[in-house]
Design a protein around this ligand. Structure first.
Ligand SMILES: [Zn+2]
Length: 512
């Protein structure tokens, strides 16, 4: 199973038509092509966790980069995950696993096989591999293993386009080399290299298609090698992305909008109080700047302010420093979600939520409507972790993204850590299946979900699917003549099995 983070058909269809991705073209002509619907919020950690657990974010808890826990906002960590990973389930069932660069796998789990961890790994940590005895070999094959490009990448990307691109290609090359090396040397039931270079590239290079094309041509070359390995092992090949991608040339600065509309209230800062003494708020200033089309000038002016003043401003800083959670009715802490003050309940909560939705749907940039769809929490997240999720999830139209940063104007260029971003996640990811058990030349129209992948993998490997999983085995991808198509999907009650196991171990301890 090959993962291409953020891969989207809008790009891949074009590259195949141009003859630039011959291996992917061959896979699709002789296999299955479909669209994998991402999670909402559409973020890498949530979506890959759903892919590798079989459940929606309300059950696994890795909902967003930051989540609400006991009235506070916490940065997500791997140990927030409430359900077992596919790797652990396969291990329990005696399967051999090789997984490379799973974005949500840190710290490495003790599995039956080899695992290297991905983007959650602390920078420069040597604890990125299980078993640790494999570290030296993997470091050698990769010529220095890298879990995630360092933050310097943001800076390089803004100055040296080709240099930053090369860093990403090298990053992907390391993962590919390690995956191929391990796949040839060890036995495996599943081999899963996940490439996240695609996502990082698309965020920064969306308007420079030559770089993106070059990278997919590069990955298509490796796909050819993975196809060879699959054929040699009589294995099926799956390709998946955690979400799609699209343009994001401008951002809706959601907290600025929330503040202007009386939902979000900022903590008082140095300049803010000075301004209010003079009867002018920062928002009023921004409004004036926007009306006079001075946003660029406003930007430049604010940039020239000393750091200490800038920090006191609700500007160019993460909103968390600025929002007064107690007095705000609603605010955003991650780019797609809005949280409503948890002191509001019942009718009042619904009233605030509905008026937010109504107002947001009318938002425009010139003639362009900004919001494509707004989801209420209960539509996209269900399960014990539902409380951690934002109350509303906003899907902007293609071309726009949301930002939590404060900004002089509500809609503006999209920047992060000094770098200009041009692309962002879209909900529709990719799904491909190819191999001895898979249907040939089939295009599936109905959407598949991220949480369908894990149960499908389990079925392919001849395992029963635990009934807590939200996903369904994607039966339509199998050839009608294949055993996988004929075989019933076996489901089992994981809870009963856990209790039985506990009883068994108690009996053993008691010597009965
Ligand atoms: Zn992603």
């Amino acid at each position: 199973m090959v993962g291409w983070d953020g891969a989207t058909w809008t790009l891949l269809d074009r590259y195949m038509a141009e003859g630039r991705m011959p291996n992917l073209k061959r896979v699709i002509q002789n296999g299955v092509k479909g669209t994998l619907m991402s999670t909402f919020p559409t973020v890498t950690l949530a979506a890959w966790t759903s892919i590798f657990t079989g459940v929606n974010p309300g059950k696994h808890g890795m909902i967003d980069f930051r989540v609400r826990m006991d009235g506070k906002f916490e940065i997500i960590q791997s140990n927030f995950r409430k359900v077992e990973s596919l790797w652990k389930i396969l291990t329990r069932n005696g399967k051999n696993v090789i997984v490379i660069n799973d974005p949500v796998s840190y710290p490495p789990e003790a599995i039956n096989g080899i695992m290297t961890t991905g983007m959650l790994t602390p920078h420069n940590s040597s604890n990125f591999i299980y078993p640790p005895s494999m570290r030296e070999e993997v470091e050698k094959v990769a010529d220095g293993y890298v879990c995630e490009p360092s933050f310097d990448f943001f800076e390089t990307a803004s100055k040296d386009r080709t240099g930053a691109y090369s860093t990403l290609e090298e990053f992907a090359d390391k993962h590919a080399r390690v995956a191929l090396h391990l796949a040839k040397k060890f036995e495996w039931d599943i081999l899963a290299p996940i490439f996240t270079s695609t996502d990082r590239l698309q965020h920064f290079y969306w308007n420079e298609p030559e770089y993106i094309r070059r990278h997919y041509v590069f990955l298509d070359g490796y796909l050819g090698e993975f196809m060879e390995i699959a054929a040699k092992n009589d294995a099926d090949l799956l390709i998946a992305s955690d979400h799609g991608f699209g343009a994001a040339n401008k951002a809706l600065y959601i907290n600025t909008w929330l503040a202007n509309n009386g939902y979000q209230r900022a903590k008082k800062g140095v300049l803010r109080s000075t301004l209010s003494k003079s009867g002018l708020t920062i928002y009023r200033m921004a409004e004036i700047a926007a009306k006079l089309h001075l946003s660029d000038l406003a930007y430049k002016t604010f940039r020239m302010l000393p750091q200490s003043v800038k920090q006191a401003l609700p500007l160019e800083s993460k909103e968390s420093v600025q929002t007064d959670y107690d007095s705000s009715k609603a605010y955003s802490i991650t780019y797609q979600g809005i949280y409503i003050n948890d002191k509001l309940s019942g009718e009042e909560y619904e009233r605030v939520r509905n008026s937010l939705m109504e107002q947001l749907y009318t938002l425009k940039d010139g003639n362009i409507k900004l919001v494509e769809r707004i989801y209420k929490k209960e539509e996209v997240v269900w399960g014990p972790c539902e409380k951690m999720a934002p109350d509303l999830v906003i899907q902007p139209v293609d071309g726009y993204c949301l930002s939590t940063h404060m900004n002089p104007v509500e809609v503006d260029r999209f920047t992060d850590r000094g770098a200009v971003l041009t692309g962002n996640h879209r909900p529709d990811g990719i799904f491909v299946a190819y191999g001895p058990d898979m249907a040939e030349g089939l295009v599936i129209d109905n959407l598949m979900h991220t949480w369908d992948v894990a149960p499908t993998v389990m079925h392919i490997l001849g395992l029963a699917v635990p009934n807590y999983m939200d996903g369904k085995v994607l039966r339509q991808i199998f050839k009608t003549s294949s055993d996988l198509h004929k075989q019933e999907v076996i489901s089992y009650n994981a809870e009963t099995q856990r209790i039985k196991k506990r009883l068994d171990s108690m009996r053993t301890k008691l010597g009965k």
